[in-house]
Design a protein around this ligand. Structure first.
Ligand code: NAD
Length: 382
């Protein structure tokens, strides 16, 4: 009798039901290296699927699959919002990043990515690093988000932080009739790669900021930056950041921070930050709207990094990336205006904006045009 292990599928498990609108799910199995991975391709209407590769010791196949499906769908929306020529995909490797990595495992993963012939581009995500992808890149060219020494765009937190500042500017424009950054106060959670740059940008503009981080070094570093403008930075306890009397809350640490506990504490007029998946649940978007707090959908605000990764395939040009990142300002204003006129939450408006963008491209691809190859194009499966 064959014994089921924790990665076998249960009787009730119907993969096609789970896939819903996903185009393709690839199960990768390489017993010689221990690689067990799932590549989920959600939608390639806008271009080849793009999404990082996560490595995690998932407890079950269902859990790994759910993550791949959820995250790849999220990438479709992110790419549509950022208006890049990519669709949504994601890979997950089932394993402990501390103990289960080997060069051979990532080479095997690279071979699976390569077997998709350019339908899926990937790179680092939680649990994987550039050191891992150096091995994968020996097997495939479909890797992006590279460091500068490998011919990539380098630190993606630079455009991400620039995008957050554009999102804040758009918010100020709507709320205060001017997109100047210096007149408002901001409560910033997390002074890591993105948050520190956002805080520095706001200080440079003359703003007053409340900040918190669990890392003392980051707090010391921001105090040094603020030495030139005394009295502009106030460090607050981790849990107190939600209740500051600031104009805008800027979450740049972790997800799920808009929830039943924090919403009653907020005194801000808007929330604009880089953290992924800020709303713990869709209903929290409605609760924010009912409380009169404007919410800038995270996946638009934080798309600067994605814009850089997508742009890498056209050759490296930091100015072009920052110019594209500027569009976040218009995208956020468009979402605010649509939500205000329709009564939808800003998240609902953003999702619809993305779905419309995908649909209009789908229609555009529905007729035959001469087979000349544009200067830059991806082969689309017809
Ligand atoms: P990071 O790890 O460099 O920074 C996170 C910071 O949050 C750290 O300084 C950490 O000490 C702090 N932090 C952790 N727990 C905290 C707590 N309880 N209270 C206060 N501070 C806490 O990460 P990052 O690259 O700056 O990204 C920040 C967020 O933006 C993450 O949610 C990330 O997923 C998202 N994001 C980042 C990028 C990017 O380009 N780096 C792109 C899109 C989204």
């Amino acid at each position: 009798m064959i014994m089921a292990d924790k990665f076998s599928m249960t009787k009730e498990f119907n993969l096609f039901d789970k896939m819903a609108k996903h185009e393709q799910v690839v199960f990768c199995n390489d017993p010689s290296t221990g690689l067990r991975a799932i590549i989920a391709i959600h939608d390639t209407t806008l271009g080849p699927a793009l999404g990082g590769c996560r490595m995690q010791p998932y407890n079950s196949l269902e859990e790994a699959l759910e993550d791949a499906l959820r995250l790849s769908k999220g990438m479709t929306y992110k790419c549509a919002a950022a208006d890049v020529d990519f669709g949504g995909g994601k890979a997950v490797i089932i394993g402990d990043p501390k103990t289960d990595k080997s060069p051979e495992l990532f080479r095997a993963f690279g071979q699976f990515v390569n077997s998709l012939g350019g339908r899926f581009y990937t790179g680092t995500d939680m649990g994987t690093t550039m050191d891992d992808f150096i091995h994968a890149m020996k097997e495939t060219n479909f890797v992006n988000g590279l460091p500068e020494v490998y011919g990539g765009g380098g630190d993606s937190s630079i455009p991400t932080a620039a995008g957050v500042l554009y999102g804040i500017k758009a918010t100020n424009q709507l709320l205060y009739g001017s997109d100047e950054l210096g007149q408002q106060t901001y409560a910033i959670q997390g002074l890591g790669k993105v948050g520190f740059k956002v805080a520095s940008g706001l200080l440079e503009a003359g703003a007053h900021i409340y900040v918190t981080d669990i890392n003392e070094e980051s707090l010391k570093a921001i105090e040094e930056v603020a030495a030139k403008t005394p009295g502009k930075v106030q460090i607050v306890a981790n849990d107190d950041i939600y209740s500051q009397e600031a104009d805008i809350f800027v979450p740049c640490a972790f997800g799920g921070i808009i929830n039943d506990t924090t919403i009653p504490k907020f005194k801000v007029k808007a929330i604009v930050g880089s953290a992924n998946n800020q709303l713990l649940d869709d209903r929290h978007g409605k609760l924010l709207r009912d409380k009169g707090i404007l919410y800038a959908p995270d996946y638009i605000v934080n798309s600067g990094g994605l814009i850089q990764v997508a742009d890498e395939l056209y050759g490296i040009n930091k100015e072009r990336v920052l110019a594209k990142t500027k569009h976040i300002y218009d995208a956020i204003l468009e979402v605010y205006q649509d939500a205000a006129s329709s009564g939808k939450t800003t998240e609902e408006s953003a999702n619809e904006m993305c779905e419309k963008r995908i649909e209009s491209r789908r229609k555009r691809n529905s007729f035959y045009s001469a087979p000349t190859k544009p200067k830059w194009s991806f082969n689309k499966i017809q």
